[in-house]
Design a protein around this ligand. Sequence first.
Ligand code: FES
Length: 108
Amino acid sequence: MPKPKKHVFVCSQSRPPGHPRGSCSQNGSSELLQAFWQELQKRNLFDSIAVTYSGCIGPCDMGPNVLVYPEGTLYGRVTKSDVSEIFDSHLLGDRPVERLLAPEEIWN
Ligand code: FES
């Protein structure tokens, strides 16, 4: 198996209805994950990019959240319509999509 150049983690955590933290699942992460996998397949990038679902990444209120390694770039409120741009700009072009970046303060 080739080592991926980029690894995309899509938070797919779910929680019971009414849970105070909410969840990325409740905000559409399942559709988003499918969109990432479809784009990966469409572009046939299986040898260089990995897309994996994950549990809670942390800032649940700004989900669905997507974390890209090796940079550790966190995107928030990502939608299906952002997926193509994330591939073009970040995963293939090494330029993070500024408008989707999580604020630095969340890491404090
Ligand atoms: S549930 Fe996705 S970041 Fe917490």
